[in-house]
Design a protein around this ligand. Structure first.
Ligand code: AMP
Length: 281
């Protein structure tokens, strides 16, 4: 595996692979890799003969009061994990390599970026869409793999690709969880043992919502009431819990087709997100 800190080196490696006839895959990450990331890499491997992983804690998707500085980093470990998965190139640029001073071009996916995490984190999805567009131009992948864990992000990227005619197949991968249901996240690292136990209320709330809908409940408000009760029992501080159209993310009152239930909550100082599809009986 090659580790490239530069745009030019990464692009050259990708073009060489493509010239040899390989289908090119890309898995964008912020590092501190866990089994969720590794599953994305495996899915990329199944669809491409040459796979790049990007490792970049993207400053432009963090708000001024967020955790950019203390976001967990473990470069050597990430390198070893990528090597173990047969990754061809790890693209690990510095912020200076990614952003030329005075950059003033951004990608904004207007409506999809507004609700849910977009409301809580202004500018976040502009940062995400812009860096992913840049990664697509650098690596020129045929296929790029993202997690459903970041459901809104996946929809934003799908829409960007469609709207801007990017020749990239976007693949979404179901959320990888610990055995007790907690969705894997690099930010789980922030949780104390006691907080990790409390954090289980997120997946418990989602499971309970799924059960309620499978049993015939179609009123979104009633489902959200159940979710709020379970989160408050778990002493999670709710940021949002909303039921929305799975593709447009428009608000939904009645659950008459598969929809997404997305939530964000704070356990102590740590903000966690999770989501599930709700399929009517
Ligand atoms: P991150 O490094 O957290 O920015 O995530 C990089 C990619 O991994 C994104 O596409 C995430 O959606 C995906 N991802 C993060 N956690 C999980 C998980 N538990 N299961 C599946 N994919 C995940």
């Amino acid at each position: 595996m090659q580790v490239h800190p530069t745009i030019a080196g990464t692009r050259a490696a990708s073009r060489t692979a493509r010239a040899r006839g390989a289908r090119v895959g890309l898995v964008p990450t912020m590092g501190y890799l866990h089994r969720g990331h590794l599953e994305l890499i495996r899915q990329a491997r199944e669809r491409a003969q040459w796979v790049a992983v990007s490792l970049f804690v993207n400053p432009t998707q963090f708000g001024p009061t967020e955790d950019l500085e203390r976001y967990p980093r473990a470069f050597e470990r990430d390198v070893a994990l990528c090597e173990g998965e047969g990754v061809d190139v790890l693209f690990a640029p510095s912020p200076a390599e990614m952003y030329t001073p005075g950059a003033q071009t951004f990608v904004t996916v207007e409506e999809l970026s507004k609700p849910l995490c977009g409301a809580a984190r202004p500018g976040h999805f502009r940062g995400v869409a812009t860096v992913v567009a840049k990664l697509f131009h650098i690596v020129e992948p045929d296929v790029a793999v993202f997690g459903e864990k970041d459901y809104q992000q996946l929809q934003v990227i799908r829409r960007m690709v469609r709207d801007l005619d990017m020749p990239v197949e976007v693949v979404g991968v179901p959320t990888v969880r610990d055995a007790d249901g907690l969705a894997l996240s690099s930010r789980n690292q922030y949780l104390s043992r006691e907080e990790r136990d409390r954090a289980l209320c997120l997946s418990r709330a989602l499971a309970s919502a799924r059960d309620l809908v499978a049993a015939g409940e179609t009123d979104a408000e009633r489902v959200l009431e159940r979710v709020a009760v379970i989160l408050s029992e778990g002493t999670a501080e709710l940021d949002y819990a909303e039921i929305r159209d799975a593709e447009t993310l428009a608000a939904v009152q009645r659950i008459e087709r598969p929809v997404v239930l997305a939530l964000a909550a704070r356990i102590g100082a740590t903000r966690l997100i999770d989501n599930t599809m709700l399929t009517p009986a």
